[in-house]
Every structure is written in C-alpha cells, then in structure tokens.
Design a binder for this molecule. Structure first.
Ligand code: ZN
Length: 139
C-alpha cells in the first residue's frame, strides 16, 4: 500500500472565506500516483473546516448568513472563549458545525464524487497563514 501526504496552505484576505480546493486535491492525487484508495482532507486548525457541497455562489452566501445567525462574530464579548483575549469564539463554533474533514473514494485515479460534489476549505478566522492536510492511501 502506498501513502501520500501534502499540506495545502491558505492566507485569506478576509476573516471568512469559502475556497473550492477540488483542483488542488486532484493535483495531489495525481502527484501521489495512487489509482485506488481513499483520500482524506482535513483542516489543520480549530477555526476552519473542510466540507463537500455544491460550488454555487448563492449557496455559499446562504452558508455564511446561516453561520452568522447561529454564531455571529459580533459582539465578540458574547463569547466566554474570548475572555482569553481572542476574538474568534464564533469561528470555533462555525468550524464545529461545518466539520473538520472529508473522505473521498479514489477510483481509477480520480476523486469518485457524486453529482455536483466539490471540496471546500472554509475559513472562519483568516488573514493569517493556515493549512489543510491531504492524506491519500491505496495503490
Ligand atoms: Zn480561539
């Protein structure tokens, strides 16, 4: 069995961003040379998510509106976590809802998606260098 590891780095301009990373994961898969197996992609930070859904601008805005209703960034004093001096209490909660990782089957050298599935890195506390891990196992 082969195994392959790669980090994808991000530095978003705004606090929250939703980035389609499907092509970058596909490139990692090509680099790995693995044709059959499993591909894990996870955010390496507790204030960012990796999830799978449709690449559609209305939906991305709907996610952001929904997450802001669930856990608004302001007022930052609303979160006990921010008593530590941080201002990202909301980002921890948003990450919990959107999840840490995805696993995609690798079949015939490609990501074996259902219709419209794309992989996203969701940033909830950006404007600094952060990363996601791609781990692929198989043969
Ligand atoms: Zn924090």
């Amino acid at each position: 069995m082969k195994s392959f590891r790669k980090e994808l780095w991000f530095e978003t301009k705004s606090r929250r961003e939703y980035i389609n990373i499907t092509q970058r994961v596909r490139e990692a898969l090509r680099e790995s040379g693995i044709r059959e197996g499993l591909c894990l992609v996870n955010a390496m930070h507790i204030t960012a998510s990796v999830y799978i859904n449709d690449d559609e601008s209305g939906l991305i805005q709907d996610y952001d509106d929904w997450l802001e209703k669930l856990a608004p960034h302001e007022p930052t004093s609303h979160y006990r976590h921010n008593r530590t001096g941080e201002d990202n209490g909301d980002a921890h909660l948003k990450r919990q809802v959107m999840g840490r990782q995805v696993v995609v089957a690798v079949t015939d050298g490609d990501l074996d998606f259902g219709p419209w599935e794309q992989i996203f890195y969701a940033e909830f506390d950006g404007r600094r260098r952060k990363r996601a891990l791609v781990k692929i196992i198989g043969e």
